[in-house]
Design a protein around this ligand. Structure first.
Ligand code: AMO
Length: 442
């Protein structure tokens, strides 16, 4: 850093993160930097609980430093030096006997939420103050886990010969059909926010064969549920020469890799405030996910007293019942073609069915995908059947006349997967700055 004198420069250089301290460090002079989570004053002695992204350190204060500490508001950002010593505390392996302390940035005295969670705030207030909310270790852990999962997903795709791509989110016509498109004025014409990268990822298979994209979907749906957002992140894959059952194999392997990562990453910080429940998930890594056809689901639902006919979409209630019956991860395969978007391939033996699947976790749909229609005349017929204009899709359709390989793919809702893994029942908990029908800021 330029323009900063040596002493300031040195207080910005931490020697350790909280979670790195152990008995091995006893007797060493170290420096840690973080925020004051708590301060306990018992007269001649005081304790600061200092938090950084890795966890907590107990800091012991005496004399002049203790007097100074009395004026530091909680959540202030401070740099502390001291000697590591043994501790009587049950919660820590060691503690820090402080010999120097610099307030890098003081917090205001009245904060809008209490990041320790001792004073509870409702979700809306927490989201209105999200940056501060992330100082709560339970909340922070969701996003540390999310970042680790993203790395795991990328590694998986690279190991399997996929190329990462970024497709435009400002587009000139619908990617999924339907009406749930956000539109806006784009230099005197209409622009839309992409509902998914569906058309682009299929076109890219023409030359790249295997692509994946991790990016936002925008859906102008007026849904008010715990599992829908208007902007969410999806992990999309598209691969030449695979059919939908092989895509199911891939996605099953990916989910198991994520479970293995989450199980191993265990506690992401040192204060036990971790909410990934490995006891639920560890066993699932060794079992195949069940694959149940749509028609079997219909039979099952009728057995359970629901009146559902072939061709009906599965309602929330039906999915809840199936979720109770099948539990955890399972695929629902071979949906009626009429329920699926225009780009899904029909079943070779029964044109009323499709080569498609959803991956469920209980009632919650996590992934949707299938074998794609790559015969351009059939694709055109499907677009017409669904009332979509061929002109709007002309750019897309021409790629299918240039030797498009047969291909399959799917999209996985990342925020929903995080909900499942972290035991959250509201998708807003797993997104830093969620966008729903009423929330557009911060
Ligand atoms: P679909 O529309 O099913 O498929 O979306 C894929 C996955 O995204 C998640 N998801 C959502 N998450 C949060 N809020 C929402 N409003 C929301 N809607 C969907 C779900 C879902 O399974 N193009 C296809 C994918 C493909 O076939 O490749 C598609 O968009 O977890």
């Amino acid at each position: 850093m330029t323009g900063i004198n040596e002493s300031i420069k040195s207080v910005l250089k931490r020697s350790h993160l909280a979670a790195q301290l152990s008995k091995k460090n006893i007797g060493q002079e170290i420096r840690i930097i973080g925020w004051v989570e708590d301060f306990r004053d018992i007269g001649k002695l005081g304790f600061i609980m200092l938090r950084d992204t890795s966890g907590l350190v107990q800091c012991v204060l005496l004399g002049k430093i203790l007097l100074d500490a009395r004026n530091i508001p909680r959540q202030s950002n401070v740099s502390i030096s001291g000697i590591v010593q043994d501790t009587k505390s049950k919660n820590f392996e060691v503690e820090l006997k402080v010999d120097g302390m610099t307030v890098l940035s003081a917090a205001t005295l009245s904060l809008p939420i209490d990041p320790t969670g001792r004073v509870e705030s409702n979700l809306d207030t927490r989201l209105d103050n999200r940056a501060l909310d992330l100082r709560n270790s339970r909340v922070l852990n969701i996003f540390l886990m999310r970042s680790g999962i993203l790395r795991t997903i990328r590694e998986f795709f690279f190991q399997n010969g996929f190329t990462e791509v970024n497709t435009p989110k400002i587009i000139g016509s619908a990617s999924e059909g339907g009406s749930n498109l956000f539109s806006f004025e784009y230099f005197k014409r209409k622009g839309y926010l992409a509902q998914s990268p569906q058309l682009y990822k299929e076109q890219l298979v023409l030359s790249l064969e295997r692509v994946f994209e991790i990016g936002p979907y925008f859906r102008a749906e007026n849904s008010h549920t715990l599992r829908h957002l208007n902007e969410f992140q999806s992990v999309d894959l598209e691969a030449a020469y695979l059919d939908y059952s092989e895509v199911m194999d891939l996605i099953e392997e990916l989910v198991k890799k994520i479970l293995t990562f989450a199980g191993h990453s265990g506690k992401t910080n040192n204060d036990n405030n971790h909410i990934y429940n490995s006891t639920i998930f560890d066993n699932l890594v060794h079992q195949p996910f069940r694959r149940i056809t749509y028609e079997e689901c219909i039979d099952e639902l009728n057995n359970l007293g629901e009146r559902v006919e072939f061709g009906d979409d599965l309602t929330d209630l039906s999915l809840k019942k199936l979720g109770e019956k099948f539990d955890k991860f399972y695929f629902i395969t071979d949906w009626p073609l009429a329920l699926k978007p225009f780009y899904i391939h029909e079943n070779d033996d029964n044109p009323l069915l499709s080569k498609s699947f959803d991956l469920q976790f209980g009632y919650l749909e996590l992934v949707s995908g299938g074998t794609r229609q790559h015969d351009v005349s059939k694709l055109k017929a499907r677009l017409k059947d669904q009332g979509l204009s061929l002109e709007g899709f002309s750019n897309h359709l021409k790629a299918f006349e240039w030797g498009m390989p047969p291909h399959s793919g799917c999209g996985l809702g990342l925020d929903r997967l995080l909900m499942v893994l972290m035991g959250e029942n509201n998708i807003r908990e797993t997104v830093l700055y969620p966008r729903d029908t009423v929330r557009i800021s911060p």
